[in-house]
Design a protein around this ligand. Structure first.
Ligand code: PMP
Length: 410
């Protein structure tokens, strides 16, 4: 990217983990131009359009077995809203109207609309709106690296999943509708990969209590982890998936909720899904989404994300030898993050007054590198940085990213 003064940047965060195939891809622009010349809008309650039908079929083929229904929206918050509203409407339809609570994790980010915000474990964003939202139960995210527990011991996964079971029992299983989590964390946890056994244990607990499992793949979906869905790394299928961000890849506002016939059909038979957004599934956005998926397939960009991501991750890990204040490097494929700490033994955060999370971003900008930062500990303390360049990134560009990052860290 070049700014108005002609200064060159490498986009080391793909915007907000969105521009997965890079900026200004000529084939995507051409596909959109061709679609614009044909039609740009068809109201979804009147008819489907060819791009929306083709894209739905494509997304279903990339989703876990049996998840063949795709409901288009225009962004991540809308996808999460759709997921929780489908879950609730399904429960009501099948005579389980006592179920309404959606358990989520802390910290987490699921969107800015009031339903998705109620699930968001990030107090600075949600507190002002607390009186306007239904409080929802939250359990800690499985941050074994902070708690000093071994990531690769299946007992660790059991330990964190047991917190979900305890929460369900405390709330009363007959009141709990769903559990929502990111399979691989995005901005709120900084590319958190769950510990061994966690995802499987969560699935088992949800099944034991008849609770729907929702995967928020808004950031982890779309291919940048090396697989189309982040959840694929663990061999666990959810009941509902929300995707966006890298799905439209910055070319169009696009998202989707994906679910099985088992959930959707009873709702449709009972009169239809009581939810929708006017621009959802518009042909221009769907044509862009199709062209993005074609680019990913044709150029094996998921394979590239896995290969180049492994190189980038090991280069970031090397930086830990040089800087004692890097406490952790984590992530999968090109969804990677590092965390700054005062003390690697205790994982104590840097003093808040240092404002590392904005200072380092500014220093990186000066070098010509865009990275993405967040407060780590529930959004109130700690500093982590996502290094998530587009899936087209080369190893040479990884070297450039690391050089610029090193200068900024120095
Ligand atoms: N879920 C996750 C995991 C996200 O990262 C985001 C956006 N950062 C959202 C939901 C909301 O997406 P949007 O901003 O497109 O509404």
């Amino acid at each position: 990217m070049w700014d108005v003064d002609g200064k060159r940047y490498l986009d080391g965060s793909s915007g907000a983990m969105v521009s997965n195939i890079g900026h200004s891809n000529p084939r995507v622009i051409d596909a959109m131009r061709r679609q614009m010349e044909k039609s740009t809008f068809g109201y979804r309650l009147h008819f489907e359009t060819e791009p929306s039908e083709r894209l739905a079929a494509k997304v279903a083929s990339l989703s876990p077995e049996g998840m063949e229904k795709v409901f288009f929206v225009s962004g991540g918050s809308e996808a999460v809203e759709s997921a929780i509203k489908l879950a609730r409407q399904y429960a009501v339809t099948v005579g389980q109207g006592s179920r309404w609570k959606v358990i989520s994790r802390f910290p987490s980010y699921h969107g800015s609309t009031l339903g998705a915000l109620a699930l968001t474990g990030y107090a600075p964003l949600s507190d002002p709106f607390a009186p306007m939202m239904q409080a929802m139960p939250k359990i800690p995210a499985p941050r074994a690296y902070l708690d000093g527990i071994a990531m690769d011991d299946p007992a660790t996964g059991q330990h964190y999943a047991a917190m979900l079971e305890a929460c369900i029992l405390e709330e009363g299983p007959e009141t709990v509708l769903a559990f929502i989590q990111e399979p691989i964390g995005g901005a709120s946890t900084g590319a958190l990969v769950p510990p061994a056994g966690y995802m499987q244990a969560v699935r088992e607990i949800c099944d034991r209590y008849g609770i729907l499992l929702i995967h928020d793949e808004v950031m982890s979906g779309g291919g940048r982890t090396g697989k189309f869905m982040g959840g694929e790394h663990f061999g666990v299928a959810p009941d509902i998936i929300a995707i966006s961000k890298g799905f439209g890849a910055g070319y169009a506002p696009l998202g989707a909720m994906i679910a099985s016939d088992r959930l959707i059909n009873p709702v449709l038979d009972a009169g239809g899904f009581l939810h929708g957004h006017t621009y959802a599934g518009n042909p221009l956005a769907c044509a862009a989404g199709l062209a993005v998926l074609e680019e990913i397939e044709t150029d094996d960009l998921m394979g590239n994300a896995a290969r180049v991501g492994a190189v980038l991750k090991s280069r970031l890990q090397n930086l830990m030898q040089r800087y004692s204040f890097i406490g952790d490097v984590r992530g999968e494929g090109l969804l990677l993050a590092f965390e700054l700490v005062s003390d690697r033994q205790t994982m104590q955060p840097l003093p808040k007054a240092l404002n590392a999370y904005s200072e380092l971003v500014e220093l990186a900008y000066a070098e010509g590198l865009i990275i993405y930062s967040r407060r780590t500990r529930g959004g109130v303390d700690g500093d982590h940085f996502l290094v998530c360049p587009p899936m087209i990134t080369s190893v040479d560009q990884v070297d450039e990213i690391i050089d610029m990052l090193t200068s900024a860290l120095d």
